[in-house]
Write a protein that binds this ligand. Structure first.
Ligand code: HEC
Ligand code: HEC
Ligand code: HEC
Ligand code: HEC
Ligand code: HEC
Ligand code: HEC
Ligand code: HEC
Ligand code: HEC
Length: 469
């Protein structure tokens, strides 16, 4: 054989060898991309659920197939299984299961997260009995309204129907019958039959339990919305919300990455989760949303929670991945000033005046039966919160027009007028109102002279060539 022929044979052999390597690699790669049929990975129990439910509730099964749980073979039974002693257990096609899947159930595999969540104020969200809001729902709106309102956000104790002897009534298939109005409920602080608090589905929609959904502002927006807790609207108004929508459409947010560290895995914009829950290079992810909060701006007078200095540093260290220290300090100075201003000028004097009116018998002890009580309630619960929350999260329209402007209008226009009218018959209370206003710097200078008025007139004449009054 000539040297040339040898060369040709060697080349052909080499090509065949390399080619088959490529084919093997392609097949192997294909294998990795190929998703096994879920049954193959599933426990025997869950295979039973799967086979029947893919006919009976196909959408639930399809959601689950596309989920991370489906990929790793965490099946129906692994979440829904129950023990004989569980009061919500029922025999369903040969297996003991529960309809309710609680944080304790999820905690069998996600222990640290369930533990963190149980320590958060989210887990206590159903404890609203005794609040003025609960009174509003129960006594004024009427029983039953809470089930479609308050409890959808806050959660409720899941009770069952009982007979006279206190035994739980069951359906023909043995399923315990839920108490009227108690089910369905996925409120944040739901009190479960096993004693645990919460519903992980409040943020992680079933049956995909898709991590990217929980990172989106809409996941929080079911509850953190409306005039009494306007966080979603504020976020949308803020530059952060604007940057988020833009970054999302450009694929920059990487919401579906397992690891999602601000400044490392994404940088374009923060979502609610970024600031309140997700990881940064020097802080782990947390399921306790209280850990980065330094003011509680919910009550009439804002207060610092325990360990607020630590929480403030936690929050700032998130901002510092995207901003300079001067920028971040500056923001928190502006925010603290706004909160203190609210407290000193409106929250504290308003509270003192309301207390005095009640003490003196000028209003009754029951909330909401005197007009001034409605005025005061909406002043702090709506306008006052919008002002404070808008300041916290960079929503200038909420801070100003829906916040402090409304606060000023209601305080000076309605609240003080009503208080002074009530106190007309009682000089001591009248004096108290005026001195409280003076001490807190809230007295409105109604004695502006013609000079000041002329200046305002001139401003509009220069600007619009007309008089605005
Ligand atoms: C032979 C068919 C079949 C099998 C097997 C089966 N299911 Fe069901 N399942 C149904 C049907 C039909 C319903 C709706 C009627 C009902 O509530 O009984 C249902 C309802 C449910 C409900 C809702 C109950 C409620 O209170 O609303 C859950 C949860 C559930 N199944 C989970 C499971 C789990 C977990 C398994 C496996 C351990 C399983 N199922 C096995 C047919 C089946
Ligand atoms: C990761 C845990 C998990 C897995 C896996 C899971 N479920 Fe569920 N399932 C839940 C949760 C949570 C709920 C909502 C109940 C609650 O709020 O406690 C629920 C509710 C249900 C309901 C009643 C909801 C409705 O809308 O009527 C059915 C039926 C159900 N699951 C069937 C299944 C089936 C079938 C599978 C398997 C294909 C499955 N589940 C897998 C956690 C799980
Ligand atoms: C039997 C164990 C088990 C139970 C019970 C369980 N999970 Fe999981 N879960 C897992 C495993 C394993 C993963 C995959 C972890 C990984 O990706 O490394 C996972 C992943 C997740 C993810 C991440 C999903 C993603 O898109 O990456 C979420 C969210 C989640 N689980 C929530 C829940 C909730 C909520 C419950 C209860 C309703 C629950 N899990 C019950 C084992 C479980
Ligand atoms: C749309 C969801 C939603 C509804 C409906 C709702 N709340 Fe709330 N509630 C919230 C959120 C979110 C907060 C936390 C506000 C914040 O931090 O700004 C809150 C705060 C509260 C607080 C203050 C808790 C604290 O620690 O200061 C009480 C009390 C309360 N709600 C009771 C009620 C009652 C009673 C009802 C029904 C009359 C009700 N809520 C209706 C979402 C809701
Ligand atoms: C207030 C909304 C909220 C609630 C309630 C909630 N989660 Fe999450 N969860 C999130 C967010 C947001 C993330 C993504 C955090 C991040 O950016 O990595 C997450 C991530 C997860 C992950 C993925 C963690 C990882 O390391 O990949 C699991 C698992 C999980 N949650 C389980 C649970 C369980 C179990 C519960 C109930 C005890 C629960 N969650 C309740 C918002 C929530
Ligand atoms: C199902 C309703 C619901 C959803 C969804 C929800 N929250 Fe809440 N959140 C509440 C309620 C109710 C409170 C008030 C709890 C209390 O103190 O009683 C609250 C309180 C808070 C607080 C104040 C915590 C504190 O301790 O000072 C923060 C921060 C918060 N939520 C962030 C979030 C974020 C971020 C998300 C989304 C990832 C989210 N929440 C999703 C209902 C919800
Ligand atoms: C850029 C970071 C950032 C983003 C994004 C963000 N927040 Fe906040 N949030 C803050 C800061 C800062 C505070 C004030 C903390 C304090 O008082 O120390 C706050 C306060 C809160 C409070 C506490 C109110 C109180 O006093 O009770 C809630 C609830 C809340 N945010 C929910 C949300 C929700 C829901 C979203 C998304 C719609 C969101 N936040 C987006 C930074 C952020
Ligand atoms: C993931 C990055 C990221 C994080 C985290 C972040 N920001 Fe921003 N922030 C931005 C971007 C992007 C803008 C818009 C910049 C621009 O184009 O003006 C912005 C704008 C701002 C503005 C200007 C608002 C305006 O109306 O001009 C302030 C103030 C601000 N951020 C403060 C904070 C504070 C305080 C925190 C932490 C609580 C924080 N940011 C967290 C990215 C971030």
């Amino acid at each position: 054989m000539s040297i040339d022929a040898k060369k040709i044979i060697v080349s052909i052999l080499a090509i065949v060898f390399l080619g088959s390597l490529l084919i093997v690699a392609w097949v192997e790669g294909g294998k990795q991309r190929f998703k096994p049929e879920p049954e193959m990975l599933l426990s025997e129990e869950s295979t039973g659920c799967y086979n029947c439910h893919k006919e009976k509730t196909p959408a639930i099964v399809n959601q689950w197939i596309g989920s991370r749980h489906g990929e790793v073979g965490i099946g129906c039974y692994e979440c829904h299984k129950a023990e004989e002693k569980d009061i919500d257990a029922w025999k369903h096609n040969g297996r003991l299961i529960a309809t309710i899947v609680t944080p304790k159930d999820c905690g069998r595999c996600h222990e640290k997260i369930a533990d963190e969540f149980s320590k958060s104020s989210h887990a206590r969200a159903a404890d609203v009995d005794g609040s003025i809001d609960a009174l509003l729902a129960e006594k004024l709106q009427g029983k039953g309204t809470a089930a479609v309102g308050c409890q959808k956000c806050h959660g409720v104790k899941i009770d069952f129907q009982m007979d006279d002897k206190g035994k739980i009534l069951k359906e023909s298939d043995g399923k315990p019958m839920f108490a009227e109005g108690a089910w369905p409920n996925t409120g944040m602080g739901r009190i479960n039959p096993d004693g645990s608090r919460g519903a992980c589905t409040a943020c992680h929609s079933r049956h995909r339990f898709d991590i990217s959904m929980a990172r989106r502002p809409e996941a929080c927006g079911k509850c953190h919305t409306g005039p009494d807790h306007p966080q979603e609207g504020i976020y949308e108004e803020s530059k952060h919300g604007v940057a988020f929508n833009n970054a999302l459409s450009q694929g920059l947010m990487k919401l579906d990455k397992k690891k999602w560290v601000v400044g490392v895995d994404y940088s374009a914009a923060p979502t609610c989760a970024t600031c309140h829950m997700s990881a940064s290079p020097d802080q782990p992810m947390t399921h306790n949303t209280a850990q980065r909060i330094a003011w509680n701006c919910r009550p009439p007078v804002s207060v610092h929670p325990e360990d607020w200095e630590v929480n403030r540093v936690n929050m700032q260290s998130i901002c510092l991945n995207c901003h300079s220290p001067a920028w971040v300090d500056g923001h928190f100075k502006q925010y603290d000033t706004a909160v203190e201003l609210w407290n000193n000028r409106f929250g504290e004097p308003g509270t003192k005046i309301m207390d005095k009116l009640a003490e003196s018998g000028l209003i009754t002890q029951s909330p909401f039966d005197d007009p001034i009580e409605w005025t005061w309630y909406f002043l702090w619960h709506r306008d006052g919160r919008q002002a404070r929350m808008g300041s916290a999260m960079m929503g200038p329209s909420f801070a100003q027009w829906e916040g402090f402007a409304e606060v000023a209008r209601t305080f000076y226009g309605d609240f003080l007028k009503q208080a002074r009218d009530l106190a007309k018959s009682n000089p001591e209370v009248s004096k108290f109102i005026e001195s409280t206003l003076k001490d807190s710097g809230s007295a409105w200078p109604t004695d502006m002279g013609a000079d000041s008025r002329a200046k305002i007139t001139k401003f509009y004449q220069d600007r619009y060539k007309q008089n605005v009054r």
